[in-house]
Design a protein around this ligand. Sequence first.
Ligand code: FMN
Length: 211
Amino acid sequence: MKISDMRRDYESSGLRRSDLHADPLVQFETWFEEAHAAGVADVNALSLASVGADGQPGLRTVLLKDVSDGGFVFYTNYGSSKGLSLQARPQATMLFHWLELNRQVIVEGQVVKVSEAESAAYFSSRPRGSQLSAWASQQSAGIASREALEQQLAEVSARFGDGPIPLPPFWGGFRLMPRRIEFWQGRPNRLHDRLAYQLTDGHWQISRLQP
Ligand SMILES: Cc1cc2nc3c(=O)[nH]c(=O)nc-3n(C[C@H](O)[C@H](O)[C@H](O)COP(=O)(O)O)c2cc1C
């Protein structure tokens, strides 16, 4: 199969300005629920872009865990590559691609750390194995071997025993506060629909973009 021959047409009834809710977060939740109902796997998985100290864009998958207080929340290690980038340069972009619905949503804005209480509440809801792995991993740092990583996990497991596992001080959430959100709906013949919300003087303005 030649990669250049790979293509499929995107069937959909399209996206009109009149379909959109005035609040892009409500619109996001509508599309999110539709993607979930359509059986999209890992519907809350998104690509998260950050900016490195040298200007190099950093990109990785994370899981959306909440849409609240006007923003999009995910959790990570604050000392990871992304964690350090986001604290030094708090601009970020999120991309959701819901292939089965021929839809893409791009969210741009500034990130802020969520409160420790909010991170602790989420951390306590995680399975115990995930809590231990958060403690055991110095995310993004190198390590000599898989065995060394498992040794770190064994050490934290022994330390906590059967007791409760507190929120690691180096772990928690970020909330991306959107300034721009674009909804993309694939259409036949690549004549797609793009409608973007832009926050201007505290109000969301909607405009249509060429595909
Ligand atoms: C489906 C999927 C979900 C993931 N969810 C998260 C997440 O919620 N938080 C996180 O820190 N890393 C998550 N990861 C791992 C990240 O993609 C990445 O490898 C890790 O966070 C280190 O990134 P960094 O070195 O750029 O900081 C996920 C990976 C995949 C494939």
